[in-house]
Design a binder for this molecule. Sequence first.
Ligand SMILES: *Cc1c(COP(=O)(O)O)cnc(C)c1O
Length: 228
Amino acid sequence: MGVSKRYKNAVSQLGRVCSDAGRDVQEVTLVAVSKTVGMREVAQAIEAGARDFGENRPDQLMEKADHFPDVNWHFIGNIQSRRIRDIVGRACLIHSLHKLQHAEKINQCAQEQGIVQDVLLEVNVSGEESKSGLTPIDVGPMLDACNSLENISVRGLMTMAPQGDEHAVRATFEGLAKLHGELRARMPRKQAEQFTELSMGMSEDWPIAVEFGATFVRIGRAIFSDEF
Ligand SMILES: *Cc1c(COP(=O)(O)O)cnc(C)c1O
């Protein structure tokens, strides 16, 4: 089975999962994570209908976004200060912001480009030491700090679940959704209208994330690997 078939299977599965969860499929964007593949596979996915792609390295983001400028590119990787300039403006959404100093630099680069950069705050819900992200209690203060930056718009939250243990996966996605709801409830209306997104779920666990309200699922191997 090739990229095209696997992408189409993922789309139809997304439709079924949404309908089982009583959700409108339009609310959920499938981000095809192309970090392990090249231009040929990206072209095949576009041909099959994919419009949103995720990359975790600035070099790959630059190369692919410049080659395929008509689709949306998401940055989902570790942010390094010196590479922020390459990400801002190319990425329609940065999913992995969790440091104030990076927020300030993103804001500065966005200002220079005359744009507002959409971002999500990455949260380490499960508390695993190997995972990056803000601890849940630090998200509120980080949001307040980002709100004073005019060229950044915080659109929501992102997390990664622990691998393997379904109970822990559910607790993580439920925890992110709950935190999102609590933060949103105490925002001024204008800010709450922007703060609508939940990026959670990967190849192994995205149907569970959709149950808990994901608006972006980030699917790599299930589309691009024939070993998944
Ligand atoms: C690689 C990656 C994914 C996709 O993972 P798969 O298991 O290949 O679906 C999603 N999110 C992030 C942050 C990633 O780095």
